[in-house]
Design a binder for this molecule. Sequence first.
Ligand code: GLA
Length: 676
Amino acid sequence: MTRSLNISGIAYGGDYNPEQWPEEVWAEDMRLMTEAGVNMVSVNIFSWALLEPSEGVYDFSRLDRVLDMLYTHGIAADLATPTAAPPAWFFRSHPEALPVDRDGRRLSYGSRQTFCPSSPAYREAALRVARALGERYADHPAVVMWHVHNEYGCHNAECFCDTSAEAFRRWLRARYGDDLAALNDAWGTAFWSQWYYDWDEILPPRATGAVPNPTHRLDWRRFCSDELLSLCTAEREVLAEAAPAVPATTNFMVMYNFDALDYWRWAPELDVVSNDHYLRSTDPESEIDIAMSGDLVRSLAGNRPWLLMEHSTGAVNWQPVNRAKTAGELRRNALAHVARGADGIAYFQWRAAKAGAEQWHSAMLPHAGTDSVIWRDVVALGADLKALAEVRGSTGTAETAIVWDWDAKWALELPSQPSESIRHLELVRAWYEPLWRAGVAVDFVRPDADLSAYRLVLAPSLYLVDDAGAANLTAFAERGGTLAVGFHSGAVDENCHVRLGGYPGAFREALGVRTDELFPLLPGETVGLDAGGTGSLWSERVRPDGAEAVASYTNGPLAGVPAVMRHDHGTGTAWYLATLPDPDTLATLLERVRGEAGVRPVVSGVPEGIEAVRRRGPDADYLFLIDHRGDGAEVPVSADATELLTGKRLEAGTVTVPPGGVVVVREITTGPTGRS
Ligand code: GLA
């Protein structure tokens, strides 16, 4: 049974680490949190060493005072198990619990997130401290949620030691039904003399002299995700025994290279899905990254609301350059997450640290104190979130789905591919961008998801797909849906075995095409398209087999060969993009694809640069309009709407989005003029 978070309105706060400060400072923290409208903070995330000064000996006094103080001030606690940062004393008695890297070096303690996920000593110590916390605070009135660990998979998700090797073998035995022949077949070990005669011969994919076995590497990634998940669920169970009614979360990090976990497997194990998101200083359009991250997290949560557990008010000290936010960006960023389904907004961290590894990371209360732009923005955001209380619980409204699969991502990015320039996230983002610009609502789905709610399904990058996933996607088109597939999809099965007989293996029939040879393009190389624009990254010698050519190459070895194809399949349509068209061409193409599929933007006629997102509640829709370009706009809304941030009734049937600003419009959907 999923337990829900018992807090009213939108949660607002951040990581609160008062142990860094003398207690005199805490009183000021409470005063300022109240001023900013903070109603929930995450505590104890990395406090293991102070909480358990030596094995089995606890000092709860500080945490008792922190929780009591929060409760007195009406601030809820998301109480974390501190297991992401085992103390030095633990590693002195259990040096074998330190992780070993691929090259065989054992790492040292002195930072955080450094432990062997398969270490029995680590598991025992983590569950012990989790149990102690659960038992002590199960009934504490401030505690509304357990925050299990912190960002599993961040920094080090892998350990290559002998204990991990044993755990890997156990996992493999379960996967292959104790049948070594099945593993040899799946891994293709007849090649390069890799045949295994004994389970004990199998090792983690440690550094070796030449290209590793791809299926070995892929199974390793699956194992590493499952191994961490088993730690997470074990902690969750221990906490649930002590406090059956308190929901549990752990913070995901779905974007970037923190791709150690298959979050489709993780999300159902949690009561509340949470995510951390940080802007990349090199991304000129971070708003698109926020939107994509939010859509993916909401989808992981089953189109239920989720929490933004961490983001930044400004500088992010692990970026190459710690960029500050521009005027209004803090507000736009936070409300963009709410627009995509976040029912909570939290930052790393409450008060900027003066010492330690993150002393140059921004916070809600900056080094400069309250006489600062960040503080004023933080207080203003608190008021905004309060005004949006009724949005809580409302969900997304997409008719378009993008297929996202961690197995496919991991397999695509293994060494020795036809091109090492192909990156899953970049391809998905390339297809997502024009939809974002057009204001089209998008969900993310796994290949085997129920697709009945969608008109359009896009698979920009699905290198690996199993038979069930492929059948599900092609059946969607057959039954009248519109499916668009990107190049190098359907190429291999779940064991990374090439699907024979021509590419793109699993989708050949549905797409009505057959390719006999791949012609990936060099970095920076482009090839002309007769319908206009260019393609990059990829081309292939494809022969239509029922499909019609929509665009063909104008030059190069494949001049005259189709690059984009459309196929009537069953009662639906299937499109194949055998190259990556330049952004304008891709946008035009996807506009045609979605037009044919009958997918409309959230609001028609919204000027470019204004992000329009709708959340749907039982009695009202909430239309978020966010101006990223700075020009402002006048947008039509339904009669009798209200702008929630100002509380103004919009009697004129339009709303003004101020330059760089945000508006949230409540449109009533019940009654004679509404939805029902
Ligand atoms: C991660 C961690 C936090 C903090 C932030 C800083 O997301 O979870 O503890 O280090 O990064 O950006």
